[in-house]
Each structure stands twice: as structure tokens, then as C-alpha cells.
Design a protein around this ligand. Structure first.
Ligand code: AMP
Ligand code: GLY
Length: 422
């Protein structure tokens, strides 16, 4: 079959890498792809916001399945667009329809959903720009740290946690004034959850689900989890504290009611549900839902899936996932992200990446990198994700770090403490 993957990150490279190993696949297109996907399939230029063009490409190339990597096209309704057009409705889409994507697209929607289906999460209140006085008043009744969240998508920047009351008022005002755009003018004020985070991702056909290996990602730019939030600086799977007792709570208290809720709401959900969780003294709470595979979680989870992912995706699309088994590699996988100096703020692009050919014992998943002939250049904030297997975390980490030191480009930055807190 022919497959189209939408996106350009390490996640999409990992998806392409895994799917290309399936005997069911004849050709993979990636839009727009990167320096890594180019070696696996064909990178194509289609505007992901222009569903008409995506549809035309799919018809012209006789694509059978589309995997939607990032959240924006899902929240904008790409799956609904395909379902609504007779010539596209039989294309197998991996990703939820717009209503399902609201679980990520609107934090207020997600909170109401969790409340309705009794899913543990931080207590919260939602305020609109017009009723900002109520927000200021509510804040006064809380103890710091103050957790403020813009309702809509904000490219990972919409959550602000502050200790100082005056700074929190200042931030709230900026949010109400449109700092994160129109959708961000609705703000959630949330109880602070004190614990340790992890990501649990399931693949679902809307009725049943398979729990993929859990992962922990490292979101802050600097060591010791300090500095600004990024898309993710590294990840590890498995997560030692996610033992069977904890995972059973995750399944019964969080995953099962979520899938039940999706069903009861009549949402056509075929794809990934990502649970951003906080482990608070052994009890899991949902911090956020995402409606896609995580990045860099994908770069450690996908290498641990032994089963044929394409076969699983077909089963998802045909609503027969319950008949499938999921085989997991018991080894540890870690990934260390090399980023451009300055990221997540401003940074330069176009730096030559050297020593790629010397890499041993790791898999390179490219993100913001482009290829020109024999040369690869930086082309984004997150540049390359270096994933390694190991019989344990230390072995996997030492492999990734050896290659993190070896690969070079001007102003390269990475965190040296991925997995060290576990
Ligand atoms: P989100 O975009 O909702 O994942 O939030 C970004 C980050 O903010 C999370 O990964 C957490 O580290 C942190 N965070 C969000 N909500 C809370 C909360 N209620 N308590 C503590 N930390 C939080
Ligand atoms: N690594 C977090 C995310 O994909 O949203």
C-alpha cells in the first residue's frame, strides 16, 4: 500500500522508519518531511493547512492511508474533510475527527470531558477576557504556585507557572489581552500538582485500545529541568516508577473512562490518545491530552514496538484492533535531542552538520534538518534526536551521549541529564 505521513519532525521520521519495515508498504510519502524521511520515502511539498491540496495529492498518487503527525491539521478538521468528501472517505486516516481533537485543541473542553467522565485531574476554573475580574479574585484565594493555561493551541507555550502573585496578575492580563491569540483569551487557572510526569500513549480504534510503552520526556531546555519549556529535549522508555500497580491505576482510572467517554460522545476516534500524566504520590492525574503521538516520545516508543505498525494501523482503521496483539521490545530506549543554540528562543539555521557518517550504535531521527546532496544542514530548533537501545538505561544513554558528542554543528546544544532522575 501507499502511505502519506504529514509532518516534519523526529516523530514523523520515526513513523516512516518503522512503517518502511512493513512488508505491507510499497511507498511512503512525507509532507513536508526532513533530511531523514527523504532517505526512506519521498518528501513532498503540500501545504498541510490546504486540505484540498492534500486530498488532490492522495487521489493523484493513489495513497491508501494518511498518518497525521502534528495536532494542528487534526484540530482544523483534516479527518472530517476526508470523511465529508466521497472520493476521499475511504482513505484510511490515522487521527481523530475534529471533535476528538478538541481534547488537545481546547483545554476547557478537555477539562469538562474529564469532569463528566470522572477522570482524575487538577481542579480548575475557566475565565473569559470579559470576566477577568473574577479571575483576579479567584487567584487571590489560591496558594502559589499559580498554574495559568491559555485554552487554545499555543505551540507548547500556553502554560505558565508562577510563584509571585503580582507576576501572575500581569501574565493573566497579557493572556486576556490576546498574548496567545483569540483562543488564548479564555484562561484556565489550575491547582498545582506536585509530582513526577510521564507520558502514556494508546492507539485506539475508538472502541478498544492498545497501551504503548510508557515514556518520560524532558521538556525544559536546561539541565535539572530548568529554563524555558521546549518541544522536548529527550526521552526514555520504560519509566521505572510506572510499575504494574501504577499502570493498572492509569488504565482503570484514566484510559478506560477516556475511551468510554469518546464512545459516549459519539466521537469517531482512530489514532493516538496521549495522556500527559502526573504521578502524585503513586496516583495518576491527567495534566493534558494530546491527540497524536508525542515528540520526542515517538523516538523511544516506536523503536520498542516489535509488531508491524502498519498492520495495527489497518486494524485501527477497520475497527478491529481488539483482535491484534502488540509485541514490545523489553530493552530500554533513550533519545537525546540536539538543538540549535538559542532554541526555544531565536536561533540560526543553515549550519553544516558534521560526523553523521561516524555514528554507530544509535538511530538518528532527524527533525529540523535538511539535506542538500551529501550535506545535511540545520533547519530548525530541534535538529536531530539520537535514539539508542540498551540492556538498561545506562547502556542506552552512553550510546546516545557518545554520538551526541561526536555529531557537531555550530552552537549545538543538548541536555546531559536525560534519564538521570530515574
Ligand atoms: P501542558 O501544556 O498542559 O502539558 O503543560 C505544560 C507543562 O506544565 C506540563 O508538562 C507540566 O510540567 C506543567 N503543568 C501543567 N499543568 C500543571 C499542574 N496543574 N500542576 C503542575 N504542573 C503543571
Ligand atoms: N513531548 C510532548 C509533546 O509531544 O507534546
Amino acid at each position: 500500500m501507499k502511505i502519506l505521513i504529514l509532518g516534519s519532525g523526529g516523530r514523523e521520521h520515526a513513523l516512516a522508519w518503522k512503517m518502511s519495515q512493513s512488508t505491507l508498504v510499497k511507498k511512503i510519502y512525507i509532507a513536508p518531511g526532513n533530511a531523514g524521511t527523504e532517505l526512506i520515502g519521498e518528501n513532498i511539498q503540500v501545504d498541510l493547512d490546504d486540505f484540498n491540496s492534500v486530498g488532490e495529492f492522495v487521489v493523484k498518487k493513489k495513497v491508501d492511508m494518511v498518518i497525521v503527525g502534528p495536532e494542528v491539521p487534526l484540530v482544523n478538521g483534516i479527518c472530517d474533510y476526508f470523511l465529508d468528501h466521497d472520493h476521499l472517505k475511504n482513505i484510511q486516516m490515522i487521527g481523530p475527527v475534529k471533535k476528538g481533537a478538541m481534547l488537545e485543541g481546547s483545554k476547557d473542553f478537555a477539562k469538562n470531558f474529564m469532569e463528566k467522565y470522572d477522570i482524575p485531574t487538577a481542579r480548575h476554573k475557566t475565565f473569559h477576557a470579559e470576566s477577568r475580574e473574577g479571575a483576579f479574585h479567584f487567584l487571590k484565594t489560591l496558594e502559589p504556585p499559580y498554574v495559568l493555561k491559555a485554552d487554545g493551541l499555543a505551540a507548547g507555550k500556553g502554560v505558565v507557572i508562577l510563584n509571585d502573585y503580582d507576576k501572575a496578575i500581569e501574565e493573566l492580563t497579557a493572556m486576556f489581552d490576546g498574548k496567545f491569540g483569540e483562543a488564548g483569551k479564555k484562561v484556565l487557572i489550575e491547582e498545582f500538582l506536585d509530582g513526577i510526569e510521564l507520558s502514556v500513549i494508546v492507539l485506539t480504534d475508538g472502541k478498544t485500545y492498545k497501551i504503548l510503552p510508557e515514556a518520560k520526556d524532558y521538556k525544559k531546555i536546561e539541565e535539572g529541568d530548568t529554563g524555558l519549556n521546549t518541544g522536548g529535549m529527550g526521552a526514555i522508555s520504560p519509566v521505572p516508577f510506572a510499575d504494574s500497580k501504577f499502570m493498572e491505576k492509569v488504565e482503570t482510572r484514566i484510559i478506560q473512562p477516556t475511551i468510554k467517554g469518546i464512545n459516549q460522545e459519539g466521537i469517531d476516534y482512530k489514532g493516538f490518545v496521549y495522556f500527559g500524566l502526573m504521578n502524585v504520590k503513586g496516583d495518576p492525574y491527567v495534566i493534558e491530552y494530546n491527540v497524536r503521538m508525542g515528540d520526542p516520545e515517538a523516538e523511544v516508543i516506536i523503536p520498542r514496538i516489535k509488531s508491524d505498525l502498519v498492520d495495527l494501523f489497518i486494524a485501527v482503521s477497520e475497527s478491529r484492533l481488539s483482535g491484534k496483539s502488540l509485541e514490545i521490545d523489553q530493552r530500554t530506549v533513550v533519545t537525546v535531542m540536539l538543538v540549535s543554540g538559542g532554541y526555544p528562543g531565536s536561533y540560526e539555521k543553515g549550519k553544516t552538520i558534521k560526523n553523521l557518517e561516524k555514528v554507530k550504535d544509535s538511530i538518528l531521527f532527524y527533525a529540523g534538518a535538511r539535506r542538500e546532496g551529501d550535506h545535511v544542514f540545520t533547519n530548525g530548533g530541534r535538529v536531530i534526536s539520537i535514539s539508542s537501545y540498551g540492556s538498561d538505561k545506562d547502556q542506552a544513554l552512553s550510546r546516545s551521549y557518545q554520538n551526541a558528542r561526536l555529531i557537531s554543528f555550530d552552537k549545538k546544544h543538548y541536555r546531559c541529564d536525560i534519564g538521570f532522575d530515574l
